[in-house]
Design a protein around this ligand. Structure first.
Ligand SMILES: Nc1ncnc2c1ncn2[C@@H]1O[C@H](COP(=O)(O)OP(=O)(O)OP(=O)(O)O)[C@@H](O)[C@H]1O
Length: 293
């Protein structure tokens, strides 16, 4: 597990992040979301030791992270750093050797990863000849080649088409299932919602929400309910004790306390069939808007 504890970083007068604390649990995908300039890249650079914090610290399994540990980290930086004129496979294997792999292990891992990322047919092309999306896949291969113990990925999905997103999601889920703590930032909230186990929301350099995704969805729920009937649910609009938020024919979303909601369900059943009745859980996009405002 990686623990970020009370980390603050200033650039001159500007405080980029303040008192940032969260954990990246082993075997889980942690999504890191926040608007432009919120402090995600700064935090990731501090985790990686590329940037030093003014205060606070970063620990790996309880001990301060040393530069030796960081060799076993996999990092996909915001500024993509591959050599344009080098061939994809040579470059990925070279980065593997730089991180301590033997030549043959680096070559084998490169071949396997490029195939997995569906870049095998481009292995001998130069990086600059690839489309941006394929360069991005090569960056991901470069971050993963040495089988890192920790993965920190700055916007790994930006520029990928939907099929490539699925491939990369699969690869990251496999690494997490092997026990690797994975932190990734993204502006694609629907994707983060689908992919992550844990979530960290940052705004103006401060953590606004964090924790397991489902717990956040539950804790940010105002008591609202979705009711769907095969008939017309217009009667709900004039029912006392509830506030209808949205309505469409036989479907309605309304706010009510638990006891009133159960009464509404009984009313609905006395009028005919009910297709579904469930508490409404907000989406990550809704939680995000609520906590960053
Ligand atoms: N080298 C720097 N010098 C001065 N200010 C900086 C520097 N790097 C970042 N900042 C400032 O620190 C704050 C956090 O920036 P950071 O790049 O960490 O945000 P971010 O969440 O990664 O944003 P984005 O989603 O746009 O990439 C911003 O206000 C930014 O302008």
């Amino acid at each position: 597990m990686i623990s970020i504890d009370s980390v603050t970083k200033r650039y001159g007068e500007r405080t980029a992040i303040e008192n940032v604390s969260f954990d990246i649990a082993a075997g889980r995908l942690t999504g890191f979301v926040g608007g432009n300039g919120a402090g995600k890249t700064t935090t990731m650079r501090i985790i990686l030791g590329v940037l030093s914090a003014d205060s606070g610290d970063v620990r790996l399994n309880g001990a301060p992270v040393r530069s030796d540990d960081r060799r076993r980290f996999g990092y996909m930086p915001e500024e993509r750093g591959l050599y344009p004129k080098m061939k994809v496979a040579e470059q990925v294997a070279y980065l593997g050797r730089l991180r301590g792999m033997s030549g043959s292990a680096a070559n084998a891992a490169t071949t396997e990863l490029l195939d997995r990322l569906e870049l095998g047919p481009r292995a001998n092309d130069t990086v600059e000849s690839l489309s941006l999306g394929n360069q991005q896949r090569a960056q991901i291969a470069a971050a993963l080649v040495h089988d890192p113990e920790v993965l920190i990925l700055d916007e790994p999905f930006s520029g990928l088409d939907p099929l490539a997103v699925e491939v990369v999601v699969g690869v990251l889920q496999e690494r997490a299932a092997q026990g690797v703590p994975v932190l990734f930032s993204s502006h694609q909230l629907e994707l983060v919602e689908r992919l992550c186990d844990d979530l960290v929301v940052i705004a103006d350099g401060r953590i606004r929400a964090k924790g397991p995704k489902e717990r956040l969805r539950t804790s940010h729920s105002t008591l609202a309910w979705d009711l769907e009937t095969p008939g017309d649910a217009a009667w709900l609009r004039s029912r006392p004790g509830i506030a209808v938020r949205e309505f469409d024919g036989g479907w309605a979303r309304f706010e009510a306390d638990e006891a009133t909601a159960q009464d509404v369900l009984r009313d609905a059943l006395s009028r005919g069939a009910v297709r579904s009745f469930s508490p409404y859980r907000p989406t990550l996009t809704e939680i995000f808007k609520e906590v960053v405002k």
